[in-house]
Ligand binder design. Structure first.
Ligand SMILES: Nc1ncnc2c1ncn2[C@@H]1O[C@H](COP(=O)(O)OP(=O)(O)OP(=O)(O)O)[C@@H](O)[C@H]1O
Length: 249
């Protein structure tokens, strides 16, 4: 399908919850520098697939390879350590903290040795500015509390944070579902910029217009299975809709 190096490759993934077979043969390839769209009806298995990739759920069968090496993530921490970051719909930002504090949440930089340690506030502020300025069009003040930011700014901060930590793969669950047209445009621009930097991005979206605008390939899931995959430029919306509904594949 693609000439680019696959950062992530999923083969025949299976996962059941009791009697519910959530995944019965999921496939996925996410190449570097590409936006891979994952689509499918409610309950198709998209979230379960992402949770298996990121170590939240152990799969029952199948294989996941990251940069060509097989992985069996035991925890989300391991996935993060390898460079897989996920932006969930709730964004995991702390409203009462500033932009820079959110950027360094659980990754605080300290000065000094032994008991004589303190947070290197100045460095964290400067680095947040440097990292986000490169990616964001309308950069909010890094000292502003997240509570005061617009929905689009929050989403951009969450994606920017995910991308800033040397991530090879950024996974986004409905990144613009709650946004207006302009804010959606800003987030899509950010996704475009990350693509230019060689980051592999996996985007779950119900918005097929958006899928056509931003993705390089589209993977369709239905009832736990990958049933279709295309290069985006070689498919149209009608065919994707038909596949989601089960008329194809
Ligand atoms: N923790 C769980 N326990 C039991 N069943 C689950 C669990 N998580 C998901 N399922 C079931 O697995 C199937 C796949 O669900 P999943 O959430 O992965 O679909 P989805 O494609 O992400 O849907 P949506 O677009 O609504 O988020 C569904 O039948 C769902 O009810």
């Amino acid at each position: 399908m693609s000439e680019a190096m696959p950062v992530l490759e999923v083969r025949g993934l299976r996962k059941s919850f009791g009697a519910v077979d959530a995944l019965v043969g999921a496939e996925l390839i996410c190449p570097a520098g590409e936006v891979t769209a994952l689509v499918g009806d409610n309950g198709a298995g998209k979230s379960t697939l992402i949770r298996c990739i990121t170590g939240v759920y152990p799969p029952d069968g199948g294989a996941i390879a990251f940069k060509g090496a097989p992985i069996g993530f035991a925890s989300p921490t391991e996935a993060r350590a390898l460079g897989i970051e996920t932006v969930y719909q709730d964004l995991a930002l702390v409203e009462d903290l500033t932009v820079w504090q959110n950027m360094y949440l659980n990754r605080e930089v300290e000065h000094g040795i032994g008991p004589f340690r303190w947070l290197d506030r100045r460095r964290m502020i400067a680095e947040t500015e440097a990292k986000l300025e490169r990616l964001l069009v309308n950069m909010p003040p890094v000292r502003a509390k997240v509570r005061r930011l617009s929905g689009g700014q929050r989403q951009s901060i969450a994606i920017g944070r995910a991308a800033s930590w040397g991530s090879a793969l950024v996974i986004m669950d409905e990144p613009t579902a709650a946004l207006g047209v302009r804010e959606r445009g800003a987030v899509e621009a950010l996704i475009g910029r990350l693509r230019g930097e060689g980051v592999a991005q996996l985007v779950i979206s119900h918005d097929l217009e958006q899928v056509m605008r931003i993705s390089d390939s589209v993977w369709v899931m239905r009832r736990g299975r990958t049933i279709a995959r295309w290069r985006t430029r070689e498919v149209d919306r009608t065919r994707i809709v038909a596949a989601i509904a089960g008329a194809e594949g």
